[in-house]
Design a protein around this ligand. Structure first.
Ligand code: NDP
Length: 331
């Protein structure tokens, strides 16, 4: 039987304006980096995507290389769009990216116009789409002139194959330059996608200010530090966790005693707030006005419920913030 999205799907989610733009994104978005590849169970991926949309998660984040194998997460998204969300394309924000190695030879990686245009065409074919809503350059390319990369993004938007452009993993100065190039073409950089969590705070040193100054939105990735900022690893590495899976990007050696100790102490702060650690970690990244959305990963439906419930308590007292800072500083 065809899946029918919940009629109340817009009642609980919070939508934040993406910088100075017409787009609003759900405070929680779903990323398909893990658990949606060809090696994963399709039915689990479908159940998570359907449940996310039922809860008002309108934004699904992809990249050319998500899988494994690379490209297969976009094929899964294509399957879901066709079988679970037919007729709902206009309610969804689908993003993809290019910037990491995708095919052999000098044209399958980094930031040339050649790579970006060809990669997006491949992504659209895999997803069965005419356009993506957001197309990102995935990481800075130290060798290709920034003008070439950003002009390629502008031309892609003008061609209609993407509605908006974004950058990911760019430092503040390159972000500013990217926005300047776009502005010189009468366009605007919609969004930046940086890594940000209690364990990775680099965006606080300049990037957030740049995004605020130029009215660029911000969707932070790995807000749970791939699961380290949840109760998943408090008592060792569970066999069904990302760190235990051969295809997971979180390696067992990254589950260090220091991180576990900090997560345990943070878990106590979360409990005192009436949240679990994952929920507090999400509320914490969303505390900045510049952060439009947190893009989570999930391996099961219940994790999506957890994330959305985090929105019920997003405020922090000064005392809570200082205890968190002290724990993160190892005091
Ligand atoms: P998270 O930090 O949210 O980690 C997700 C993992 O945490 C899940 O797979 C799950 O691990 C665990 N988890 C999630 N919720 C809970 C919960 N409530 N309780 C316990 N454990 C939980 O994000 P990701 O690292 O997955 O990244 C999210 C998205 O960000 C990606 O899908 C992608 O779209 C984007 N991204 C972008 C990058 C870029 O360069 N632009 C790079 C990396 C990611 P488990 O599997 O063990 O259950």
């Amino acid at each position: 039987m065809m899946h029918r999205p919940d009629d109340n799907r817009y009642s609980a989610m919070k939508y934040n304006r993406c910088g100075k733009s017409g787009i609003q994104l759900p405070a929680i978005s779903l990323g398909l980096w893990h658990n949606f590849g060809g090696v994963d169970a399709l039915e689990n991926g479908r159940a998570m995507a359907r449940h996310a949309f039922d809860l008002g998660i309108t934004h699904f984040d992809l990249a050319n290389n998500y899988g494994p194998p690379p490209g297969s997460a976009e094929e899964t998204m294509g399957y879901i769009l066709k079988h679970d969300f037919p007729g709902y394309r206009d309610e969804l924000i689908i993003s993809s990216k290019a910037g990491y190695g995708m095919w052999p030879g000098p044209y399958g990686d980094w930031g040339s116009r050649k790579f970006l245009v060809a990669s997006l065409d491949q992504s659209l074919a895999r997803m069965g789409l005419d356009y993506v809503d957001i197309f990102y350059h995935h990481r800075p390319d130290p060798e290709t002139p920034l003008e070439e990369t950003i002009n390629a993004l502008c031309d892609i938007v003008r061609s209609g194959k993407a509605l908006y452009a974004g950058v990911s993993n760019y430092p503040p100065d390159l972000t500013k330059k990217a926005e300047e190039i776009m502005r010189s073409r009468g366009m605007h950089l919609l969004i930046h996608q940086p890594k940000y969590s209690m364990f990775e705070r680099w965006i606080e040193e300049g990037l957030l200010k740049e995004l605020r100054d130029d009215g660029i939105g911000c969707i932070v990735f790995s807000p749970l530090a791939q699961g380290l900022l949840t109760d998943r690893y408090l008592h060792g590495i569970p066999p069904d966790s990302r760190a235990a899976k051969p295809t997971g990007f979180l390696r067992p050696e990254q589950v260090t005693q220091e991180r576990i100790d900090r997560a345990r102490r943070l878990n106590d702060v979360a409990k005192a707030r009436g949240q679990n650690l994952a929920q507090m970690a999400l509320a914490w990244v969303l505390r900045h006005a510049e952060v439009t959305s947190a893009v989570i990963g999930s391996s099961r439906v219940a994790q999506i419920d957890d994330a959305v419930q985090a929105l019920q308590r997003t405020g922090f007292s000064k005392e809570e913030l200082s205890s968190i800072d002290a724990i993160l500083a190892g005091r």
